[in-house]
Design a binder for this molecule. Sequence first.
Ligand code: EAX
Length: 323
Amino acid sequence: MTKFTTIAALMASVAIAAPVSAKTLNLAFTPPINSHYGDAGKAFKSTLEELSGGDLEVALKPSGALGGERDVIEGLQIGTIELTISSTGPIGNFVPEVYALDFPFLFDSYESAHEVLDGEIGQEILAEFTDHGIIGLAWSENGFRHVTNSVHPVETPEDMEGLKLRTMENEVHIAAFQATGAAPTPMSWTEVLTSLQQGTIDGQENPVPIITANNMWEMQDFVTLTGHVYSPAVVAMSQIHWDQLSEEEQGWVREAAQAAADAARETVANNETAGVEQMKENGMQVVESIDKAAWAEAVQPAYDEYADRYSPELIERIRAAQQ
Ligand code: EAX
């Protein structure tokens, strides 16, 4: 064997031995890692890395590290971000059909929300994402949203009068809280904690695990368990990056997304009651029961203004599916 063939053989053996570099996929979400979103992200990561044998790696980007939910959705559309777990709140601005999921007092319970989302209606809405450069993979969960504030206890819709309340960038939510007399301020989650600490807003609304994961008792004295909106979360991927995957890899990504969704739902189910106790232990005054009929009547103008615009038949189908 000549010296050349020896070197060539040595290089070839090194090339064969050198591992193919893993493809890293960033997964962005706004809550901290110690939250139901973090549990979902960890489940996604472990599932996909195991299924791919490490060829696909997942870099978790919690706490709004890659921006607010609107920014991240735009990042998926242009391909600067690969994956997200996001509440549906701002997504109606990109995928109009999603707005139907965020109407007040539309879902009766966690169980009925899961049935609708995992059934025909939910899968139809996931399919709508594709027209907007996003692959809707699975329905994760944020939870039933409740109102917190630092001014006074809120029991009736009238108690909302004049409260500067942060909402997600969702015009149905804005209309609903305007109808109660509050002064809604749409804002990315990444600005909320600072705004509460500075007093530029009086309150906000979010599910129990968001309130506890962010120690909101440090900046909010009162919480009212309104449960005014069931907030889904979606596990979604940039279509640009999806198209670069093999069919087998795409199957693994779908499996990982479902594992994420299951993990979030399990954390929410396990922490809903304990989370309320944690709020009390940390000094929050909790209004545990409200007159739901009175609140539903108070926010009816949001339906009157937006239901016809955002897939009225979807809203009717969601209601009928829960009868
Ligand atoms: O998705 O913006 C919000 O209030 C969301 O509930 C939060 O970012 C988790």
